[in-house]
Write a protein that binds this ligand. Structure first.
Ligand code: SF4
Ligand code: SF4
Length: 483
């Protein structure tokens, strides 16, 4: 008969850093309700943003919906990914009502087989980037509030019908960004003692038990590789009866060249959907940064006059076609073809693309990081006036925010060098990952295999450098916000 109380667990301490062994913080994270404790404050902030966005001051720098979503949230997310791991998914507020609903509703349907991939997520991400530019989302508290509401609604709807974490794994564009970004994170949810898993008969980390469900993203700890698809929800940590799962330090980018089967994901060399998602994020980083610099307006004007276009959607559609379709097609397709020709191999072009695009992810993330950090550092103090107005509207004390900071969080003269440094580091990790892939694909001609990909990295790095050095268009806002 199953015992009704949770069995005592021996604490496994392996050499090497493990966040779960850090005093106080580790104890907190092991607490069964730690995730809810992190979600509740973010949920309350989201409710404030929705209310303020729908009913408050519609000037973007004076509304918490726009300020907190487009300056602070994005800045904190990329910093957390760089320093630790997928911390936003860990504390995701969209999962709070979903988890509450799951106490009453147990979904029985499986996510449709035809959608068990990243095609939908990649399309949603591209659509989001397009809508962001077309509707100037950064400047609209009203639209921002509706996006947050839409997120809550969609997560609730999907996860009340379909089993597991279908929304996180197959739909959520934010989650995809975080999961791809966490490829360069230093921390990984990981088994402590592989030998213990080998003798474990229950496999609770994936199957769950009477106290805790297993991994809802179908990542089996014993065969999990890297951070892809991991939301850092820590369900596996709570489920494992042997206390054999930790949040462990791992060499940054180590799994970028790994070609083994990954639990819950499969072999990446056979996943063109994952490659397309990676390419949307990598080239989307350049495109999104291009949207914030002044030359984009001159280019749009030129396109409109040359082609006789007078629809903003058509002009943007053309720019997106160039940046998200033609550019990757030429650069990535060309590099794969050239790499195969130089190494005289018969590997399919798709397999080469699938294996090398993983290596480009650090450069793409570095461009996002440089871009978002710019807004975060220069616009950090915008939360003061926006929060003050929101609290005042709510009839709550707001005087304590009077005169809350101004100016940039970092000396503005240091921001551009910092951006260039981050992009250079991202390019360096990408080059290293592509080199490792080349060694695996063509051990005797690794250098020839690498050359076309190194050229792609060089071109993209140059483009990112150029973008970061352009004057930023203020897009009609009073303070530094947008992009
Ligand atoms: S992580 Fe824990 S539950 Fe999963 S296989 Fe290893 S020992 Fe078993
Ligand atoms: S492996 Fe699964 S259960 Fe464990 S933290 Fe990642 S997503 Fe959550």
């Amino acid at each position: 008969m199953a015992s009704s109380s949770r069995p005592a667990r021996r604490t496994v301490k392996r050499p090497g850093f493990d966040l779960l062994n850090v005093p106080v913080l580790g104890r907190f994270l092991r607490w069964k309700h730690a995730r809810s404790a992190m979600q509740i404050p973010l949920f309350l902030i989201a409710v404030l943003m929705i209310w303020d966005g729908l009913t408050g001051n519609q000037l973007a720098p004076r509304n918490t919906a726009t300020v907190l979503a487009w300056v602070h949230y994005r800045g904190f997310v990329v910093l957390a990914l760089l320093i630790a791991g997928n911390m936003f998914c860990m504390a995701c507020p969209f999962m709070l009502p979903r988890n509450a609903l799951r106490r009453f509703i147990t979904p029985t349907r499986r996510w449709p087989k035809v959608l068990r991939n990243k095609w939908l997520a990649a399309a949603l991400l591209a659509a989001f980037f397009f809508a962001y530019e077309l509707f100037d989302l950064w400047a609209s508290p009203w639209w921002t509030a509706w996006i947050i509401l839409g997120y809550f609604g969609l997560a609730l709807l999907i996860d009340s019908v379909f089993m597991g974490a279908s929304f996180c794994k197959y739909v959520c564009p934010l989650g995809q960004f975080n999961m791809v970004g966490s490829l360069i994170s230093p921390l990984e949810v990981k088994v402590r003692e592989p030998q213990r898993c080998a003798t474990c008969h229950t496999k609770d980390c994936i199957k769950g038990n009477e106290f805790q469900h297993g991994c809802e993203l179908w990542l089996f700890q014993e065969r999990k590789v890297g951070n892809l698809d991991c939301t850092f929800c820590l369900d596996c940590v709570h489920a494992c009866p042997h206390d054999n799962v930790g949040i462990r330090l791992h060499p940054v980018g180590r799994d970028l060249a790994a070609d083994e089967r990954r639990s819950g994901i499969g072999v990446l060399a056979q996943r063109p959907d994952v490659s397309v998602l990676l390419l949307v994020l990598t080239f989307g980083a350049l495109l999104n940064a291009f949207g914030m610099v002044s030359p984009v307006y001159a280019f749009e004007q030129w396109l409109a006059e040359t082609l006789g276009l007078n629809s903003q959607a058509a002009i943007l559609g053309l720019i997106f076609g160039l940046g998200l379709v033609l550019e990757p097609l030429v650069l990535i397709g060309g590099a794969a073809w050239l790499s195969r020709w130089l190494t005289r191999q018969s590997t399919s072009l798709w397999e080469l693309i699938n294996r090398y695009t993983l290596g480009l992810a650090p450069l793409g993330f570095a461009v996002w990081l440089a871009h978002y950090l710019f807004h975060f550092l220069t616009g950090f103090w915008t939360f003061g006036p926006a929060l003050q107005i929101a609290l005042h509207d709510l009839g709550l004390p707001a005087a304590w925010l009077q005169g809350s900071g101004t100016g940039s969080l970092l000396n503005p003269a240091l921001i551009e060098p910092l951006q260039l440094l981050l992009i250079s580091l991202g390019a360096g990790v990408s080059l290293w990952a592509c080199w490792r892939t080349s060694q695996r694909i063509a051990p005797k001609r690794a250098l020839e295999a690498l050359v076309p990909w190194a050229a792609v990295i060089l071109v993209m790095t140059y483009a990112a450098f150029w973008l970061m050095q352009q004057p930023m268009e203020m897009r009609g806002t009073m303070t530094l916000l947008g992009g």
